[in-house]
Design a protein around this ligand. Sequence first.
Ligand code: CP
Length: 334
Amino acid sequence: MKYFTTVNDVHSVKDLVEDALHFKKDPSCLSNFGKNKTLGLIFLNPSLRTRLSTQKAGMNLGMNVMVMNLDKEGWALEFEDGAIMNGNKAEHIKDAAAVIGQYCDIVGIRCFPGLLSRQEDYSEKVLISFMKHCTVPVVSLESATLHPLQSLADLMTIQETWNKPFKPKVVLSWAPHVKALPQAVANSFSEWMVKSSVDFTITHPEGYELNEEYTRGANITTNQHEALEGADYVYVKNWSSYTDYGQINCRDEAWMLTKEKLLGTNQAKIMHCLPVRRNIEISDQLLDGPDSLTLLQASNRVYAAQAVLKKLIDYRIPEGGNVRATIGKEKNFR
Ligand code: CP
């Protein structure tokens, strides 16, 4: 695997989740696998979990890790091909990404959408420019449209907490928020769920339909009460409108997830990628209660990233090699 930017980059989702669960049992099992390899984590936006968990994942594999907040610590970047650079943008992405590729064996990049132009955001201009010009394997640390490291950790969390012989009902439930947020986590969760062995429903207010490219195969309803009936997992997330792009068209507090809303569920587990706006998106009572999986999700980010980095280090090796097959052979790697 050379890129990890969407579920479509993954050869076998099932194997990748198995690898992540294996790393969770034994985080040091391939502690020399990335020796003398450098992971560069480039942030154009804030992060707590993604930054620390991916850094830790790289260290667990023996990698050297460098982190740069490029938006604050680097030069202002120009993305237009052929631009006459006589304004305040000091460095072209062609040069910046190519240079980063000289220092790193794998590059992670976080690049949020501007939420002003749907066409521009959904073209993934920033992510694709990095992929094109840095030339080394790239892992998305959340792009304009998707957050695959989060979704892998989410799927891993569902798998490790589900022990019944039938598919769980998983509901993605829109929640209110004070700010306009990207659709990336919701798009991504949906594209991973529709490829997994779950019964998947999305519920949101009118006008919050996501891009069909990511939701094809999901049940979709604007009736939250109906959606929550029989749910085993409720994943709560705000996103701004995709159709009226980047706008907040609903502030209805009734969409917040509360204990009362869960009466018709199968004592559903509560999920959220964090950071969460407490008592806006989800009540304190649920977040601090025994059915909240939010800390487990955050913890699993390390092992999800570790499984992905392992695949990216591996990318010259024929696909099919998994963590279990590699343990004990790491000295023969290369
Ligand atoms: N869930 C998540 O990606 O968190 P951060 O934005 O803090 O990295």
